[in-house]
Structures are given as C-alpha cells and as structure tokens.
Design a protein around this ligand. Structure first.
Ligand code: ADP
Length: 592
C-alpha cells in the first residue's frame, strides 16, 4: 500500500534515506523527530502516512508562504489540504472549519500562534486528529538560530492531546538543539532519525571578495545562464544596486527585501516561481518560505551571520536533487560589520554565543578544508572529505609554506600593543607605517616597529586570518585583536603554523565552468517553455507542475506512451491525467 502510494500519488520509485523509517514510525503510532537536510524529502514522510491513516493531520509550520506552497502542491495532486491563517477572510475560515468537523480535510496547515486563538483548541478537540506535525522544529530551541516564542507554547500539545502522536521535522539541529526539541515538545520515547548533513548534489565555493565582488558574481553566473537562483546581500541598498547591475548586464533579475511594499514583494515572488525572472537578489527576508525545488544556484555576496543561516540558505539550492552550485563571497569587513551588531546586544550568554557563531562562520568561509566536512562538523555530523564537491577539495594538493616566524612577529606586535588595537593598526606597526595613529600611541618606539616590511599588507592580513582560523586570535570589544591560549603557545614558538602559499601571495583563481545539468539544453528549454505555459495558464507555480528533475527525465527518455511516461521520475497517475498528453505531444515532436 505504502509503496503503491509512493508511486501513484507522489510519482517516486523508491524512498530516499530515512523516509521509510519515518513513515513506518508514524504508521505504528510512535513519536518521531526527523533531522534531514533541506531537499531530503521531509514532507513526504508525513504526507504519505496521512493518506494511509484515518483522520486529519495537523501540520504546524512557521510561515504562510511555506504553507501556501505545500497546500497548493498537495491540491495539485488531488489531496484535500487546506490552511488556516491570517491571510484568509472570515468566510473562508468558516468553510474550512465546517469541512474539518465533517472530516473532509486530510491535512490542515496552521501557524503556531493559531493554537492560542480563541476556541481553536476546542475546535481541534471536535475533530479526529491522526497525528501532529511540527515543521521547522528547531524554532523551539533558543540554542538554534530562529527561536520563536510561539513555538515554545507547543509544549502544551502533549498535555492537551496526550493520545495524539507528534512528528517533528527540521533540517538544522546540533545535538544540543535536538535534545531541546525532544524535551520541549515532551516527545514520548521518540524515534530519532538523523540524516547526514551532506548535500551531495551541491558544489560549494567560498572566495574572498575582491572590491565589490561584481566580477566574481558575473564569472559565476556565466556557468548558470537561464537558470534560477538567489543572490543574497547584506543590506537593502546592496540588494537594489546588485539587482540593477544584473539587469544592466542582461539578466532577468529583480530585488526583494523587507523595505518594499508587500505588493511588490509578492509580485517578485510570483515572477520567480512562475519563471518570468531567473534571479532574485534579496536580503534574508526572502527564502524561508520558498519551496521552489529547481533553484540551481545560491550566491552570498556577503557573509551570513551564522552557519545555521548559511546552511539553510544554500539549502534552497537543488532540492530536486539535481546538481546545483553555491558561492560565498566574504571579506573581513563583513565579519566586522556583523560583530558590531552583536556588540550592541546586552552582555550575557546569548551575546557570547553569537560571537562564537560568527567566528565559526568566518573561519568556515576562510578555510582550506573540505567545506562539506566543515558543515558536517558544525552540526555534529562526522563526514568524509567530499573529494570533488567543493572548491577546497577541487583545488588539489595545496602547497603549504611555514609561517612560524611571521606568526611570532605578528603576535608579539599584538602583545606589545597591549591587545587593544585592530588588525590594520597592528599591520601598520609591523610595516613601519608613518600613520598618525602609530605616532599618537608612540608605537614607532616599540621594538617590533617595522620588523615586517618584507611582507605586503595583504600578506600580513593573510597571516592574521590563518591565526583567526586556527582560533589563535580572537576579536574583543572595539575590534581589539586578542591572543588566545593557542596564540600564546605559537608566540612562544611551541607550535608550528603553515599556510596555503597562494593565500599568502593573495593569488586569485578563476573558476572553471562546467555544464551543470546532464541534458540537451535545447530540448530541456522546450520542456521548460511548455511548463511555463501551463504554469501561467493554470495559475500554479512552475515547479509544482513538474520539477526540473522530471523535465530532465522527460528530455532524456522522450516517452511516447502513457506507460513510458509513468516511468518518468515524478509522474504519478494524477499528474499524468493533468499534463501527460501535452508532454507526450512534445516528446513526439522531438522523436520525428
Ligand atoms: P525538504 O522538506 O526535506 O526540504 P521536500 O519534502 O521539499 O524536502 O522534498 C524535496 C524534493 O525531493 C521535492 O521535489 C520532492 O518531490 C523530492 N522527493 C521527495 N521524496 C522523494 C523520493 N523518494 N524520490 C524522489 N524525489 C523525492
């Protein structure tokens, strides 16, 4: 039964990792916590058992846009799904309530605050709930990055509905957050499934930004012509100027940020999902709700503030499992900008936690190690090196050079400047600069003044970044460079330090451009056009008509009969009834 539904309703031949276990747990009335990376296929884990079990599934999800996407995808598959949110009018909510009481709804999506609305719990008591689903469950934890107080209140669910099982899902949870979810939701001996954080269809790159990063961005986009992607920027101003720049360069791009009217934002969002534009340039305000599965690339033109944010944002690429690519452009100034925001917080555990998260983000960006492995380590997941899925591994054997002496020079300058100055000033002292600030503090009188003239300013910055990466240096208040205990050992000459030679010389490398989808571009484009037409005609987002994966499979297999079409990934009976003939017709044209 379960395998049949997988094929006929969802159009998939087999389960992905952990899906079967999750489905079985729900069907055998167990509480469940599933941690699977974005694109891992979490929705199916609860949507499928919901169809098997009697009653209604209540799905609690943090964002209206996210719910809208899920509900329209389900409806497009003839599944009775609805949502209740502040976006609907009274009459609409009344109708849904009636249908709920009559048992005419399979999945109901609500936001967590709905549970506090007058009479809503009473309403839930009147219906036959088969199980609760808590999506984005990391929002219950203050240790995560998106704590929401409404999510804390979900701890009441178990008291109010002691006999109803709960299934919680998230993509990002360290072990600490995982424990917090189980405790807060009072899950009863839950099955805990923890997928690998590895996204093995995503190629990850990180580069130091040179000037404003525009050339690096254009270079990257050359490998992604006519593909959908998101470019994240730090400020609204950066968003506007980058979108304009891309438009001038001929890209179908638009800007999205919280400062625009909701009308404009909705317009951009709709253009993106209906594929009238290819690129959205956005602040983080864009994306949490995006379910669009065929996002082929994500670029950050400045550094996000935590690894959780970063992993979630790059996670929007390639949810359909097809090859996708990400690029992070970062610089020390991003880190400083982020740090200043944290400086303004009240002192305490949270502030320290945020400093530490920021440090980890920067050292990830600036690292030479396998990027997938580093992400895994951050989320307490031990991964092997990816070998060829990130720029670090693709760079091949690095040539390291010893910088023990340079490190000792740098650290002793910091020490003699009493750990009270920023790194630029330290480099000035090392290089014997005649700047006013150096004279003002009498740093020209120090024994270290001018001992580093042999290395360029950029070279010294590279040495300091290596020390930050190793956590031998840290930044304190007012950007002062501080020496950690490891730094002291290096200063005393007890520890060796080396660095990638290229970094020291600050050589920039151009990336090579590979073809990203394994399909004939011309045929694929025709299928995309057909999908766009259907999408506009039926008023449903393009990826809900069919995913990129399905289009690639169509283009490669070119089926000519219904049976052959049902073999195409993502084509079930319902979808075939809806769109099959139009696609077969196009296949016939190519076969001629
Ligand atoms: P998540 O919520 O974990 O980010 P989704 O539930 O949105 O992931 O699924 C991501 C994509 O994977 C969707 O396009 C979905 O159709 C596809 N998918 C899910 N399960 C399977 C499967 N068993 N086989 C093939 N594709 C799948």
């Amino acid at each position: 039964m379960v395998n049949k539904l997988l094929k006929t309703v969802f159009g998939h031949d087999k389960f992905r990792a952990f899906q079967q276990e999750a489905v079985d747990a729900i069907l055998s009335n167990k509480d469940l916590l599933t941690i699977l990376p974005t694109g891992g296929g979490k929705s199916l884990c609860y949507q499928l058992p919901s169809l098997v079990k009697d009653g209604t599934t209540i799905v609690i999800s943090p964002l209206i846009a996210l719910m809208q996407d899920q509900v329209s995808a389900l409806k497009n598959n003839d599944i009775k799904a609805e949502m209740i949110s502040s976006a609907q009018d009274y009459q609409e909510i009344q109708n849904i309530t009636q249908r709920l009481i009559q048992g005419d709804i399979k999945l109901l999506y609500i936001a967590p605050e709905r549970l506090s609305a007058n009479g809503f719990i009473d309403l839930l008591h009147q219906i036959n709930i088969n199980f609760f689903v808590i999506d984005e469950a990391h929002c219950v934890s203050e240790w995560g990055h998106e704590f929401r107080s409404d999510y804390r209140n979900l701890s009441r669910l178990k008291e109010l509905f002691p006999h109803v099982n709960i299934s919680a899902f998230t993509a990002t949870a360290t072990k600490k957050v995982q424990e917090d979810i189980v405790n807060t939701l009072k899950l009863d001996n839950p099955l805990q499934l923890r997928g690998k954080t590895l996204r093995d269809n995503i190629m990850i790159n990180s580069q130091k930004r040179s000037s404003n990063g525009r050339n690096q961005l254009l270079n990257f986009l050359q490998g992604h012509q006519k593909q959908c992607g998101i470019v994240y920027a730090f400020s609204r101003k950066d968003v506007e100027s980058t979108a304009k720049f891309l438009q001038e360069k001929g890209y179908k791009a638009d800007a999205y940020h919280a400062g625009l009217s909701s009308e404009i934002r909705n317009g951009v969002y709709t253009d993106f999902v209906y594929e009238n534009i290819d690129i959205v340039v956005a602040t983080i305000a864009f994306g949490m709700g995006i379910d669009k599965s065929n996002i082929r690339f994500v670029v950050h033109i400045s550094m996000p503030k935590t690894m959780e944010n970063y992993y979630q944002e790059i996670g929007r690429a390639g949810r359909d499992g097809l090859p996708s690519e990400t690029l992070l452009l970062y610089s020390k100034s991003d880190e400083i900008q982020r740090r200043m925001l944290i400086d303004n917080l009240d002192n305490g555990e949270y502030k320290n936690l945020m400093y530490s998260k920021l440090n980890k983000m920067y050292s990830f960006a600036n690292s030479n190690e396998c990027r997938h492995k580093k992400i895994g380590a951050y989320f307490d997941d031990e991964l092997q090196e990816c070998k060829d899925l990130c720029d670090s591994c693709n760079r091949g054997e690095l040539e390291y050079t010893d910088i023990k002496t340079e490190c000792m020079k740098l650290l002793s300058t910091i020490y003699r400047c009493e750990q009270r100055f920023g790194i630029n000033h330290i480099v000035d002292v090392l290089r014997g600069s005649k700047s006013q600030k150096v004279y003002q503090f009498n740093h020209d009188k120090l024994s270290v003044y001018g001992i580093g003239e042999d290395l360029s300013k950029n070279g010294w910055i590279a040495v300091s970044e290596r020390l930050f990466e190793l956590e031998a240096l840290d930044i304190g208040e007012f950007k002062a460079t501080k020496i950690t205990s490891l730094g002291l050992d290096i200063l005393k000459g007890k520890v060796e330090v080396n660095i990638d030679k290229e970094k020291l010389q600050n050589v920039k490398k151009e990336r090579k451009i590979d073809k990203i989808l394994d399909v004939d571009d011309e045929i694929f484009e025709k299928f995309r056009e057909l999908r766009r037409e259907i999408s506009t005609h039926e008023n449903v987002p393009a990826y809900i008509v069919f995913s990129d994966k399905t289009l690639v499979d169509f283009a490669n297999k070119l089926p000519t009969t219904k049976d052959e079409a049902l073999e195409v990934n993502g084509v079930g009976e319902v979808k075939f009834e809806r769109y099959g003939e139009q696609f077969l017709k196009l296949c016939h044209e190519f076969k001629k």
